[in-house]
Ligand binder design. Structure first.
Ligand code: SF4
Length: 361
């Protein structure tokens, strides 16, 4: 990184820290989240990204399994959930799940990504059996499943500790945890977005237990709703602290909020610069988390491609059957093709690497 390229003295000081191997401070993160000197910020994030991954960009060929949209929490931020009595409420039977997985295996998927609502009608056996059946369809399928919110319910349902629960899920075929439900940890913001969801502390406790069980997980952060920069910095600080303790986070995934069909009114519309600032600042600040993912479906294909030069090394996967983002009005198609994802990556000058959420581990 050429320090003489910097005209912004604060960003230059952050660049110097990065070259020295000194973690960026919370003040540095606030500076990055506020700057309009986007290319200089990009230089720092790109330096960190290339030091970790060179010109490699990871993508996956997977299916999404949103097994039920019935949810007793009905978070205001959610466009996906329904009450059980709603005409478009659904829950897949285990037979339907198995059939969907069989169909997707025919497309050549490597991975099944599973999340769903907190449906009070579903017992713990349904979830264990779901994983076992997927493995029976094809034992090599990598399963990345359930948010911390779901695991919290499972532990209560089974009357067991998280350690015991994770051990049982690993035995049933679980490979990794996707990291949703983190939203923003700040209690005030969380009360508006998702008042009935587990607290930020509990989310972190579930992840700590998952890491202790040997599972590697993602961490997400929802931005572009009612939060301010301080909330984002606090959120990332808590992730960084837990990562220092466990080393179990493999990927950080910022998610831009889509407000359509939700009950949350965003304070402002997310701009292209907002996306660039959040991803680049996260890449620099979360120096101890190896991967930074931009889900092309959330940010759009074009922005996903630009973000590859602003810290991102993973653009997500094909997501056959995705339902959650599209319920909130995402306009991207509901399944990418492998060819399309490879083209996005290579036409930005990077080398596509097909992977799963385990990154070959
Ligand atoms: S965000 Fe998750 S927990 Fe909240 S209502 Fe939607 S499905 Fe349920």
């Amino acid at each position: 990184m050429n320090l003489s390229a910097f005209t912004n003295t604060k960003l230059r000081a952050i660049a110097e820290k990065v070259l020295d191997g000194t973690p960026a401070s919370a003040d540095d993160a606030r500076t990055m989240l506020a700057t309009n000197d986007i290319l200089e910020l990009g230089l720092i994030a790109n330096h960190v990204r290339r030091a970790l991954h060179g010109d490699r960009v990871y993508y996956g060929v997977n299916m999404n399994l949103n097994y039920s949209n019935v949810c007793e929490l009905r978070c205001p931020l959610c466009a996906f959930s329904r009450d059980a009595c709603d005409p478009d409420a659904y829950t897949f039977s285990l037979e339907e799940i198995e059939q969907r997985v069989r169909d997707a295996v025919a497309f050549g998927i490597d991975e099944v990504h599973i999340v769903g609502g907190i449906n009070p009608e579903l017992g713990l056996d349904y979830f264990f059996e779901m994983l076992r059946r997927i493995k029976r369809v094809k034992s090599e399928l990598f399963i990345v499943a359930f948010t911390a919110v779901e695991y919290d319910r499972f532990a209560k349902l089974g009357g067991m500790s998280l350690d015991e629960l994770f051990k049982k899920f690993i035995d049933a075929g679980l490979g990794a945890i996707p990291g949703g439900g983190a939203e923003i940890f700040d209690e005030g913001v969380r009360t508006v977005l998702a008042p009935k969801k587990i607290s930020g502390d509990r989310w972190l406790a579930v992840m700590r237990a998952a890491h202790r069980a040997g599972l590697r997980t993602n961490a997400t952060m929802l931005y572009g709703h009612i939060e301010d920069a301080g909330h984002l910095v606090d959120h990332m600080s808590l992730i960084r602290d837990l990562q220092n303790e466990t080393g179990g986070f493999k990927t950080f995934v910022p998610l831009a909020f889509h407000e359509e069909h939700t009950k949350v009114r965003a304070k402002k519309t997310v701009t292209g610069f907002d996306d660039l600032r959040v991803y680049a600042a996260a890449r620099v600040f979360l120096h101890n988390v190896p991967h930074m993912k931009a889900l092309w479906m959330y940010v759009g294909e074009k922005m996903a491609q630009v973000l590859l030069s602003f810290g991102v090394d993973d653009i997500g996967a094909t997501y056959h059957y995705e339902k959650v983002v599209h319920a909130a009005g995402a306009r991207t198609p509901d399944a990418g093709t492998e060819e399309g994802l490879r083209r996005l990556i290579s036409s930005a000058g990077f080398v596509p690497v097909r992977s799963t959420a385990g990154y070959g581990a």
